[in-house]
Ligand binder design. Structure first.
Ligand SMILES: Nc1nc2c(c(=O)[nH]1)N[C@H]1C(S)=C(S)[C@@H](COP(=O)(O)OP(=O)(O)OC[C@H]3O[C@@H](n4cnc5c(=O)[nH]c(N)nc54)[C@H](O)[C@@H]3O)O[C@H]1N2
Ligand SMILES: Nc1nc2c(c(=O)[nH]1)N[C@H]1C(S)=C(S)[C@@H](COP(=O)(O)OP(=O)(O)OC[C@H]3O[C@@H](n4cnc5c(=O)[nH]c(N)nc54)[C@H](O)[C@@H]3O)O[C@H]1N2
Ligand code: SF4
Ligand SMILES: [Mo]
Length: 873
């Protein structure tokens, strides 16, 4: 039976973040599916955030790569695979194994990842396979290895149910891990757990927090060392635990005691001493503490030390391996953890083994090869640097978009352009990285893929296919295996199904392990195909370190002496600091979330968030364009004036690409500087210059079809139902611009070009297909109603179309806050005020907002708080 005919719901896992929520999916037709949270999945117990909820809007075949492509020409699989295998084999023969590389991703399934790692490290014989996890969690990996001897996350989601204090460090959990955030809020309701957020920005995660410490960026080591020194002063060091389970380097406490009094720490972190003391006291008083950290810690040139500063506090106070007490590195991508388990980083070999000679020999025995790479390979930033130097002559990129997401991305583009042979496997036909490919291979995407993923808390779940692969699309494990076979290793790469790969991976994890490594999933070494198909989510590793034993030679964990590095003062040429990160409803380079009109409503443009004082000093008003420049390049954003920014710092999202915008591409700005231990880039602190970009006019186009190229100062587009919304700004003659951009059809117009005002609509058979509004001065109409006209059942009057509003005006609902029920900011503000609503629940009862996925609840809370503050202020 083809999967399309299946009627019973299929249990699978969300495509996006490392929370790893379970989904029950019911296919309702060709490429149509109804998505619900799986009530039985341990990660989410039936809940889904906005991104998971709207997965159904992303499974169409729009924009898909459906056939192998050699250059611009469609090619058969046989020809494409032969070409890739031959070019890799020839390059290795001529220049050696280290002249080729793979760059892969935490969005591959474990089975795909395993085969890619085996091919490169075991048979090609180089460790030049690195992954976008290098940009994401390699500092956590390096920190875990230093402290525990193995990369093990010593926490689970059940710890969140049992904790009394959550410390979120460098994590915008409300937006990036919303279901985990909701779980923490539930613990707060149930047992009064407290929430402290440590983030230079006031994010929505802070809205429901008991305390927010907006520390100076990069001062986390000072904060954590200060906390540990405080715990020592308060007599909270667990001496018995240290004696039995932790080795403490000589002089550790002497270094720590120096300069770590409350006042010095408050000054180093630039926060009020009273707030700092509140945090320290709360921590001291609460044994059941979970410290959760992500990119604000990892993505720093001192990331590994920052991780160890956190682990030190937990080890020294014995808050690890016990219910509700753990340091918790929360992972970003759906299978970042699976990738770590197969050893997909250039710095690890396989199955939590490093490149020690006995490991290399063991893995060689297991794989039946004498070619296993004997030393680590190049980490992402070095890998692309070597590519640029011409030392790597063939690269295969799978499931990641480095032309956008790497630091100094324009240099990465130049390196790709110069590389003799670039292969890209992706689901999407046109990506910024794919533009550099000599061969593009059509990979199965979410809903077609079949295999396993591991989430942040070590739970392995099945992702199952909902649809058959369309056209010539193939799963990644199949594509990689075919290359392995064509390069001459036929038996090593004979897999008929993902279960074959999974069994081998499980066998390797247990092969001559003997308890040396915690990662041992040997219980599945002989799992049958049916059992694999039916596999329920399960967690490996139990409660790690509960017995006080660690996977180091002496069985003890290690405190690591780390000290706060000097934070370089701003340079006159680059006086501000750029922080980068994520929006609630977009996923990375938007190849999938960008297909969803619902998800596109929350943030419609790439914004640069800036403190009012900085904006005033730079002459930038809310809604102006601003250019952000670094030594690496420049990018244009819409300015959003935001009190939650620290003075001197701006924040920009990472999502926009050349496919979606002429500006807002953020990856080109950061320097390619990395942490010395992990090789992870410091994405969160880049010296920049911000300037107002003066333009003559601003406007927007709403259109059924997106125009190809738009020549103007700024153009950025998002999906709306039945079309596109394109925000615009420019300098030239607006009428010339309008003539160039508007599609053919019956044009109606009420423009006054001399005054820089365009109001035009294009109809075909009476139906609206495009509507353009441009103004030199003054406001533009609300986009909402015009967007609705693209799909309206009745034709609107020409007058109304040109005015941009119905004859009988509706109130403007404002920017969409609740995407599930389409509730806008203005609607919320009016209801909160008119109906005197004082809780998120009351708002939900009145407007439904926040009652489905719950992702917008922090935003609603913020509107209530602002209203209350105004009333009291
Ligand atoms: N909606 C959405 N969710 C996602 C993703 C997505 O693209 N969209 N991506 C997923 C992936 S792969 C990842 S890795 C995670 C990332 O999840 P998060 O780490 O939560 O997200 P970010 O927005 O990258 O950054 C987190 C915070 O670090 C703060 N920060 C910056 N500098 C410092 C500092 O010096 N110290 C401290 N303490 N904090 C600092 C930033 O202000 C920011 O608010 O999200 C995952 N979930
Ligand atoms: N400035 C700055 N830069 C950053 C970050 C930051 O915070 N600031 N964060 C970094 C982090 S943490 C991350 S994780 C990266 C993310 O950056 P990327 O990995 O570059 O982003 P994605 O858009 O997720 O790219 C995934 C690609 O794989 C495709 N794809 C999806 N599923 C599959 C599949 O099953 N098989 C194949 N072959 N292709 C598939 C998608 O269509 C998409 O093109 O960005 C990093 N870059
Ligand atoms: S929190 Fe949201 S994006 Fe993350 S796995 Fe769950 S539903 Fe998917
Ligand atoms: Mo990530």
């Amino acid at each position: 039976m083809s999967p399309e005919l299946a009627v019973a719901p299929i249990r699978t896992t969300c495509a996006y973040c490392g929370v790893g929520c379970g989904i029950t999916a019911t296919t309702t037709g060709d490429r149509r599916v109804t998505i619900k949270g799986d009530p039985d999945h341990p990660a989410n117990a039936g809940k889904l955030c906005s991104k998971g909820t709207h997965l159904g809007e992303t499974v169409s075949l729009e924009g898909r790569l459906l056939h192998p492509m050699i250059g611009d020409k469609r090619a058969g699989w046989g020809k494409a695979l032969d070409l890739v295998a031959k070019r890799f084999a020839d390059t290795v023969a001529k220049y050696g194994p280290d002249s080729v590389a793979f760059y892969v991703s935490g969005q591959l399934l474990t089975e795909d990842y395993y085969v890619a790692n085996k091919l490169m490290k075991g048979f090609i014989g180089s460790a030049n396979i690195d992954t976008n996890s290098r940009l994401c969690m390699s500092s956590a990996v390096a920190g875990h290895m230093r402290a525990f001897g193995e990369d093990v996350v010593p926490a689970s989601y059940e710890d969140l149910d049992e904790a009394d204090l959550f410390v979120l460090v460098g994590s915008n959990t409300a937006w990036c891990h919303p279901i985990v955030y909701q779980r923490m809020l539930a613990a707060r309701e149930r047992r009064g757990a407290k929430l402290v957020v440590i983030d230079p920005r006031r994010t929505e995660t802070c809205e429901t927090a008991d305390l927010h410490l907006p520390i100076r960026p990069g001062s986390d080591v000072a904060l954590m060392n200060g906390l540990l020194a405080h715990c020592r002063r308060e007599g909270l060091i667990d001496e018995a635990y240290l004696a039995a389970s932790v080795s403490v380097p000589e002089g550790f406490w002497d270094t720590l005691d120096e300069g770590n009094d409350l006042w010095s720490v408050a000054r180093a972190c630039d926060v009020p001493a009273a707030d700092l003391k509140r945090f320290f006291d709360l921590f001291a008083a609460t044994p059941r503490t979970v410290t959760m950290f992500s990119q604000g810690i990892n993505q720093s040139i001192r990331g590994t030390d920052q991780v160890n500063a956190i682990l030190n506090v937990h080890l020294a106070t014995g808050r690890i391996g016990k219910p509700g007490a753990a340091p918790f590195s929360i992972t970003g991508q759906p299978n970042a953890m699976g990738g770590r388990e197969v050893g997909g980083l250039a710095s690890t070999l396989a199955a939590h083994m490093d490149f020690a000679p006995e490991n290399v020999a063991r893995v060689g025995r297991f794989w039946g090869t004498d070619k296993v790479a004997a030393k680590p390979g190049l980490k992402a930033v070095d890998l692309f640097r070597r590519l640029g130097e011409g030392k790597i002559k063939a690269i295969w990129i799978m499931a990641t978009n480095p032309a956008v997401s790497m630091p100094d991305a324009n240099a990465v583009r130049a390196a790709l352009a110069a590389c003799p042979f670039v292969v890209v496997s992706d689901c999407i036909a046109e990506t910024d990285t794919g533009a550099f490919a000599h061969v593009r291979l059509p990979a199965a995407g979410w809903g077609e893929k079949d295999g396993t993923v591991t989430n942040s808390d070590r739970t392995i779940s099945r992702q199952r296919a909902l649809f058959a692969c369309p056209d010539e699309v193939k799963p990644d494990w199949w594509i990689i295996s075919e290359i392995g076979r064509r390069m001459g290793w036929r038996t090593a790469f004979t897999y008929a199904r993902p279960a074959d790969v999974y069994r081998e991976h499980a066998r390797l994890s247990t092969y001559q392990n003997g308890g040396a490594r915690l990662f041992d999933i040997g219980r599945h070494a002989a799992i049958g195909n049916e059992a694999y198909d039916a596999m329920a989510p399960w967690r490996w590793g139990g409660t790690p370190f509960a017995d006080g034993r660690f996977p180091t030679p002496d069985g003890k964990a290690r405190l690591v002496s780390v000290s706060q590095a000097k934070i370089a003062p701003a340079l006159p040429a680059w006086p501000m600091t750029l922080n980068t990160g994520r929006y609630r409803d977009q996923w990375h380079t938007m190849t999938r979330t960008g297909l969803s009109p619902k998800l596109s409503r929350h943030r419609q443009e790439p914004l640069i968030e800036i403190h009012p004082d900085d904006a005033a000093a730079l002459g930038i008003a809310d809604g102006d364009l601003a250019r952000v420049a670094t030594a690496q390049g420049g990018s244009v954003y819409r300015a959003l004036i935001h009190e939650g920014q620290r003075i001197g710092e701006v924040f920009a999202p990472i999502h926009w690409t050349d496919r979606t915008s002429s500006g807002g591409r953020t990856g080109l700005l950061p320097r390619p500087l990395v942490d010395p231990h992990s090789g992870q880039p410091g994405f969160k602190a880049t010296p920049v210059r911000v300037e107002k970009l003066a333009v003559a006019w601003r406007g927007f186009l709403i259109a059924r079809d997106a125009p190809a190229m738009i020549e103007t100062a700024y153009a950025t587009r998002v999906r709306v139902p039945q079309g596109w919304l394109i925000e615009l700004a420019g300098d030239g003659d607006p009428l010339v611009f309008a003539n160039a951009i508007l599609p053919k059809g019956d044009r109606i117009e009420a423009s006054d070009a001399a005054r820089g005002k365009i109001r035009a609509a294009v109809l075909r058979q009476g139906r609206l297909i495009a509507s353009l509004h441009i103004m030199r001065d003054g406001g533009l109409p609300s986009r909402d109603w015009l967007i609705e006209q693209l799909q309206a059942a009745e034709d609107a009057s020409p007058m109304a179309l040109l005015a941009g509003r119905p004859a009988k005006p509706q109130p403007d609902r404002g920017a969409i806050v609740c995407v599930c029920f389409d509730v806008g900011m203005n609607t919320l503000i009016r209801a909160i005020s008119d109906q005197a609503l004082t809780s998120v629940e009351a708002v939900g009862a009145a407007l439904s907002a926040g009652t489905n996925c719950g992702s917008c609840r922090p935003a609603i809370q913020k509107l209530i708080t602002v209203k209350e503050d105004a009333a009291h202020g």
